[in-house]
Design a protein around this ligand. Structure first.
Ligand code: HEM
Length: 519
């Protein structure tokens, strides 16, 4: 990533170089003159010395979660780097992150204006855009209510406690069948390719009241390209901070624009279908409820909320986008960990055999009875830390943290990976040990330990899909483990090195399944 800036140094002439050097010097001098004065009693942020123009890009490298964790050991839990000419504050450590996001939540809840995020949902994304506080708060409340209502509403069958459980269970059982048939046809399968469609169908059911076939080319291509999206919007993408990188040809950027365009087209079609068939007396799903909200607001003369219809109905883009990528990444990692640690897979299957048996499908209400599965999920969240940073934050006013001055509009990275691998919080953090989340006698989940895992963010920007995410990962895994045994390809070692992005993915691989006895 960082090395993409080097080719521009080659083809320039001597006079161009001189102009460039003079410009750099002038900008540097201007920056020194404009330097913010540090208020009395506060200190200047520590951090590595930046190079002109590129700042600390070379030190940050291709794995910012690792390099910034290493820097926190040297500079402490609050330090400053420079990406390009732009200062970025990096937060690490449980106490400092809680102080910033919970106790000083208002000051740290903004989003920075970044080049890449302008392309997401035409710059109108709830999660990424720089909406004013009032607009963001109103949209977030609408999104939360819509999610809550349409996941807890009664499903079609009385067997299930809610529509969410029904969607997950149906998709989980379908995924089992699908993996059997792919095994018969090809002898192996790419886990992400199939899991992502099943997970996308759950959120599609809640948002649009429909599901797509696993052979639906448009959906399959769209959801399978999500890693290109994450590579660009992950914290530390140099093109967000160094303007001239945007004009250099980049295949990743091209794919990013392509996926955003395809995504918008796909979503617009589904939303238009809803407008065409909208019936106020039959609200079918989240899209209908958002359209209905716009209609009600037009009738309410006292309404003083200045949020456009496009921004209200566009909330569904965020719910769909966040709802499939995060959960399918978690599940795909889970399957890869099962293969890498076969003894853990055997213990999980024994727990399911003993507590659920073979005569019924697991339900969400089984969570309390399956402590090892719950511990396994927490350890996947912690060990993979597949969301290594939250979405970048931004300060909404001048503030301070740990005695350091942080000016308004400073971009802030929150290093979740560091917290999940902090030796002060975890014994042997680099080892995969699900039992660390069980009580000493191994019979129950140690909830306090579980709360230390940081993967959904904290405070005002905390993920609004957390309970859906946790429920989905649990129920899909319980259904898969009850019916299938996962193995790797004979003689091949799995490469567990994550590929950096907003959500870190494992390398694409081929796996196998065999039916569990009795299925
Ligand atoms: C395992 C699953 C999931 C994980 C690990 C996860 C994690 C996160 C994280 C780390 C953030 C950023 C927090 C911050 O910036 O401080 C976030 C934000 C968000 N998540 Fe999730 N998420 C998951 C599932 C979901 C689901 C299922 C949905 C919706 C259906 C969702 C919707 C959102 C939205 C809308 C935001 C933006 C909130 C805002 O900016 O106010 N997430 N999530």
């Amino acid at each position: 990533m960082a090395l993409t800036i080097l080719p521009i140094l080659g083809p320039i002439s001597v006079s161009e170089s001189l102009v460039a050097i003079i410009t750099i010097c002038l900008v540097y001098l201007l920056m020194r003159l404009n330097r913010t004065k540090i208020p009395d009693g506060l200190q200047k942020l520590p951090g590595p010395k930046p190079l002109p123009i590129i700042g600390n890009v070379l030190e940050i490298g291709n794995n910012p979660h690792l390099s910034l964790t290493a820097m926190s050991k040297c500079y402490g839990p609050v330090f400053q780097i420079q990406i390009g000419m732009r200062p970025v504050v990096v937060l690490s450590g449980n106490d400092v992150i809680r102080q910033a996001l919970l106790k000083q939540g208002e000051e740290f809840s903004g989003r920075p204006e970044l080049y890449s995020t302008k392309f997401i949902s035409d710059g109108k994304s709830l999660a990424f855009s720089t909406d004013q506080v009032g607009v963001w708060r109103a949209r977030r409340k609408l999104a939360l209510n819509a999610l809550r209502t349409f996941s807890t509403v009664q499903g079609k069958s009385p067997k299930y406690s809610c529509a969410l459980e029904e969607h997950i269970s149906n998709e989980g059982l379908y995924l089992v069948q699908r993996l059997h048939s792919v095994m018969k046809a090809d002898g192996s399968f790419d886990p992400f390719r199939h899991i992502v469609v099943s997970v996308a169908n759950v959120i599609c059911g809640i948002c649009f009241g429909r599901r797509h076939s696993h052979d639906d080319d448009e959906l399959v291509r769209l959801v399978n390209m999500s890693d290109e999206f994450g590579k660009i919007v992950g914290s530390g993408n140099p093109a967000d901070f160094i303007p001239f990188l945007r004009i250099l040809p980049s295949t990743t950027m091209k794919k990013f624009l392509d996926i955003n365009e395809r995504f918008s087209k796909f979503m617009k079609r589904l939303v238009m279908e809803h407008y065409d068939t909208f019936d106020k007396d039959n609200i079918r799903d989240i899209t209908d409820s958002l359209i209905n909200h716009c209609e009600d607001r037009k009738l309410d003369e006292n309404s003083n909320l200045q949020v456009s219809d496009e921004k209200i109905v566009g909330i569904v883009n965020d719910l769909f986008g966040a709802g499939f990528d995060t959960i399918s990444t978690a599940l795909s990692w889970a399957v890869v960990y099962l293969v890498h640690y076969p003894e853990v897979q055997e213990r999980l299957q024994r727990e399911l055999d003993e507590k659920i048996g073979k005569d019924r499908t697991p339900l969400l209400s089984d969570r309390a009875n399956l402590p090892l599965l719950e511990s396994f999920i927490l350890e996947i969240f912690r060990h993979s830390s597949f969301l290594p940073f939250t979405i970048p934050h931004c300060t909404s006013k001048d503030t301070s943290l740990n005695g350091y001055f942080i000016p308004k509009d400073t971009c802030v990275f929150v290093n979740q990976w560091q917290v999940n691998h902090d030796p002060e919080l975890w014994k042997d953090p680099s080892s995969f040990i699900p039992d660390r989340f069980l009580t000493a006698d191994g019979t129950e989940l140690n909830k306090l330990e579980g709360e230390k895992v940081l993967v959904f963010g904290l405070g005002k920007r905390r993920c609004i899909g957390e309970s859906i995410g946790r429920a989905e990962v649990f129920l899909f895994l319980a259904i898969l483990l009850q019916r299938l045994k996962f193995t790797g390809m004979p003689g091949e070692m799995l490469d567990m090195t994550p590929e950096y992005g907003l959500t870190m993915k494992h390398k694409r691989c081929l796996l196998r399944v065999t039916p569990q006895p009795g299925f």
